[in-house]
Design a protein around this ligand. Structure first.
Ligand code: UD1
Length: 378
């Protein structure tokens, strides 16, 4: 019989996969035995399967197949499905990443687990300590609760360290390791630059903007979404914009009857305007991001990726849990739609500057692995 895994690594949603890929490689590379659990929070092939394939993630050892649902229902279902897997595998450490419902659900189960021999697993949270200070965001609740019950907290930027210490977490639990999402970006950047997607969409050598939106505050209120799309349509007369829409956004647009947006195609960029695609595979999205004149987003990860690439980013949110992307990187918050036009013009004419935050050097996951090995004495 094969020996039990030391590390149980949980991934549930698109941004998790990018981080889990870096961790799986580094942990395995350090000689640790890893068991991968996919909760099924994201199940569309475009948000899940193609990510596993392009990121080089192995088939999950367990797929919980939970799927969508309201927050309470989804979180509860993940907890119920994860518990028996945890007790079957009996790992020494459970690693959860990011701030999605899967992070919270599996974190809570791990924090309360006591195995038959009286031992309990350590809970490690990667990307701990980030705070938007906006408790109306489901992700903020997920961050606060997961951090409060974690044994080891791996932090991507210095603000995370300050937040955790201010919340009273003991210093010896907290490690500034850098950003594991950027590990994956650096590993696959060359490949992404070779992606044919820009040529296929007629965007090679064309100045364009890339847009992603999926936050409930931007897409769930019909009137707000209508105004946002109208403004993007207006701005796209001067700069072609491609909206790579999350399924949640696609549904919201369809429910509004906003179906007149054209699909991107070889002749699209010449005509300009706002084009709509579904979610893009990782390498295609990264391939477009490196070529974009500007990125408009409400995603957490995209704020960090644009900072690492030095591409101007406008974040359509009143706050960010990733302040280093503002203070050192290329990110700027746009809190009101009326400010977008001016912010966009400034972003397009400004210097492409920005410094790389501390430890965003492509080796963050190796630092996590080193700490875990030390803690496990292996
Ligand atoms: C989740 C995360 C968010 C992250 C985002 C990245 C939480 C609370 N939110 O948001 O932090 O930035 O993922 O993508 O965990 N849906 C599909 N197909 C799928 C997955 C979801 O159509 O494969 C639809 C669902 O039916 C639902 C909506 O998207 O209508 C919400 O899905 P959910 O997983 O709850 O949250 P996201 O909005 O994707």
């Amino acid at each position: 019989m094969s020996r039990p895994a030391e590390i149980l690594l949980v991934a549930g949603a698109r941004p998790n996969f990018v981080k889990a890929a870096a961790l799986e490689r580094a942990l395995t590379g350090a000689g640790l035995r890893v068991c991968l659990v996919h909760t099924g929070q994201h199940y569309d092939p475009g948000l899940s399967g193609v990510f596993f394939e392009q990121l080089g993630l192995p088939e999950p050892n367990h797929h919980l197949g939970v799927g969508s649902g309201p927050h309470g229902g989804q979180t509860g279902q993940i907890m119920a499905a994860f518990e028996p897997v945890l007790f079957k595998e009996r790992p020494r450490v459970v690693v959860v990443v990011g701030d999605v419902n899967s992070t919270l659900a599996c974190g809570l189960v791990a924090a309360k687990a006591v195995f038959e021999d009286g031992s309990r697993p350590l809970l490690a949270h990667v990307e701990a300590g980030l705070r938007s200070f906006d408790r109306s965001m489901p992700e903020e609740i997920n961050r606060l609760v997961t951090d409060a019950v974690s044994d080891l907290l791996f932090v991507s930027e210095r603000s995370g360290l300050d937040n955790l210490l201010r919340e009273g977490l003991p210093q010896e639990k907290v490690f500034l390791v850098g950003n594991v999402m950027i590990d994956t970006l650096r590993r696959l950047e060359t490949q992404a630059r070779r992606s044919a997607v820009a040529a296929e969409l007629g965007l090679e050598g064309v100045r364009f903007g890339l847009v992603t939106l999926h936050r409930p505050t931007n897409v769930d209120q019909p009137e707000g979404l209508r105004r946002l799309v109208a403004e993007l349509g207006r701005l796209s007369r001067d700069l072609p914009l491609l909206l790579a829409a999350h399924p949640r956004t696609q549904k919201a647009l369809a429910a509004q009857g906003l179906t007149g947006l054209k699909p991107p195609g070889p002749e699209w960029a010449g005509e300009g305007g706002l084009a709509l695609s579904g979610p893009l595979p990782y390498l295609d999205f990264l391939g477009l991001m490196v070529r974009a004149a500007v990125v408009l987003t409400d995603s957490g990860g995209v704020q960090e990726e644009t900072t690492a690439l030095g591409v101007p980013c406008l974040t359509l949110r009143p706050n960010t849990e990733r302040p280093v992307t503002l203070s050192q990187g290329t990110n700027q918050l746009v809190t009101r739609l009326e400010e977008l036009d001016l912010a966009l013009r400034r972003a397009l004419t400004g210097e492409r500057s920005g410094r790389l935050p501390e430890l965003w050097d492509g080796h963050a996951a190796e630092r996590v692995a080193a700490v875990l090995k030390d803690r496990l004495g292996v």
